[in-house]
Ligand binder design. Structure first.
Ligand code: ADP
Ligand code: GN1
Ligand code: MG
Length: 364
């Protein structure tokens, strides 16, 4: 494994034995993730080089994650569960720190690897998607009494769709890479949705929606599912746990998992909002959270899905215009494909919003 200082990082953590090999995981779009093998009979670990272009203060980031993991671990213990399997377990360095800083000043962290689980990139059935909703709902409940004021805002305005739209407009105006002309129809379509962007933040401001501790990145590959039973085991990717609206967590799951196709599917005829999947998620999520959501929030869920999809679409498109500087890409033009895909989902939701509303009404 050629990434710089991976061996130094591997030797810095207090693993059960010295690492013998590293395998890169390409699923996440943000951090550099490696599976660490420490030899037969020893536990496996996950090691991540934190993306500090995005998470500017990795010490605050780790403080958030540690607080959240300890809080959730207590809840799991109290419920008779296994905290080594059901929540991320941070592995300290040999000198007792939560992270290792390499000679280039890059931050690394390590977790115990959870085994016999699957991180899905597309849900293979409504049942599985339902189970992921239950898992994210439980996680939300476990954090309901978390002291939100102790959380640092790791990425300011993360789900503020108005500020996301402003960032997008800036990317269009600057057109740093000269790619805007090619994307004119997509840009015009996205800009036409600007009036909808304040839907959630207006309601958070006037109290119709509550500010809660939310995960904020609830895509399906951020929940590990038991390989045998398909039950949700552990919520991962805790970098963006911050105060937010329950609609963020619902919506981000829907835009990824209730889509009929993968996030970068290029055949747009294959991309649409699958209402069966949508309903499966509503059932699991509202089933878990019924007592903590207001009727306004439940009825707002379809708009949560709409806005999280729009937001992700303009983030991908903005990143394409800016020269692919934020999301990891695996080929030239992947952000363009991802953006078109998300905007196709939006066009489909434009036709299906009333059906989505009928579905959530059943769970009021
Ligand atoms: P990123 O911020 O880059 O998305 P994540 O913390 O989500 O980083 O990790 C990236 C990916 O690593 C996850 O989407 C998941 O697919 C994979 N992963 C992490 N832990 C495990 C695990 N115990 N078993 C299987 N896959 C895992
Ligand atoms: C990123 O980290 P990952 O790959 O789970 C992004 C999310 C986007 C998602 C789109 C910190 O999630 O906000 O919705 O890609 N995370 C961050 O797939 O920006
Ligand atoms: Mg992730």
């Amino acid at each position: 494994m050629s990434v710089k200082y991976i061996e130094e990082a591997g030797n810095a953590f207090a693993f059960a034995a010295a690492p013998v090999s590293y395998e890169r995981c390409d699923a996440g779009h943000i951090n550099d993730t490696y599976f660490v093998n420490c030899g037969e009979g020893n536990p496996k670990y996950i090691m991540q080089r934190v993306n500090t272009d995005i998470f500017k203060d990795p010490i605050q980031l780790m403080s958030n994650i540690k607080g959240v993991c300890l809080h959730v671990a207590k809840k799991i213990k109290a419920a008779g569960g296994d905290p080594d399997r059901e929540v991320r377990k941070i592995i300290e360095t040999k000198s007792g720190d939560d992270y290792y800083v390499d000679p280039d000043g890059r931050y690394w962290r390590a977790y115990l690897m959870i085994e016999d689980v699957i991180s899905y990139n597309t849900p293979d059935s409504p049942e599985l998607f339902y189970k992921s909703a239950v898992a994210f709902g439980k996680f939300f409940n476990q954090l309901a009494d978390y002291p939100a004021e102790t959380l640092y805002e790791t990425i300011p305005n993360f789900h503020n769709s108005v500020s996301r739209m402003n960032d997008f407009k800036k990317a269009v105006a600057e057109d740093k890479t000269g790619r805007a002309a090619e994307m004119k129809p997509e840009i015009e379509f996205a800009l036409s949705k600007e009036p909808l962007c304040s839907y959630i933040i207006d309601r958070l401001a006037d109290g119709r929606f509550k500010l809660c501790v939310t995960h904020n990145d609830t895509k399906l590959n951020n929940v590990l599912m038991d390989a045998k039973t398909g039950e949700g085991v552990c919520i991962i990717d805790l970098d963006t746990v911050m105060p937010g609206s329950v609609l963020y967590d619902f919506g981000d799951s829907i835009r990824f998992g209730a889509s009929s196709a993968a996030e970068d599917e290029t055949d747009l005829d294959k991309v649409y909002m699958d209402l069966n999947m949508f309903e499966a998620y509503v059932k699991g999520f509202v089933g878990e959270l019924h007592d903590s959501m207001t009727p306004d929030e439940i009825m707002g869920l379809p708009m949560g899905a709409y806005l999280m999809t729009l937001e992700t679409g303009i983030r991908f498109l903005g990143d394409y215009l800016n020269g692919d500087v934020y999301f990891h890409t695996h080929y030239e033009g992947q952000n363009k494909d991802r953006a078109r895909n998300q905007l196709k989902l939006i066009a489909d939701m434009d036709k299906k919003l009333s059906q989505m509303q009928e579905i959530v009404k059943k769970y009021l």
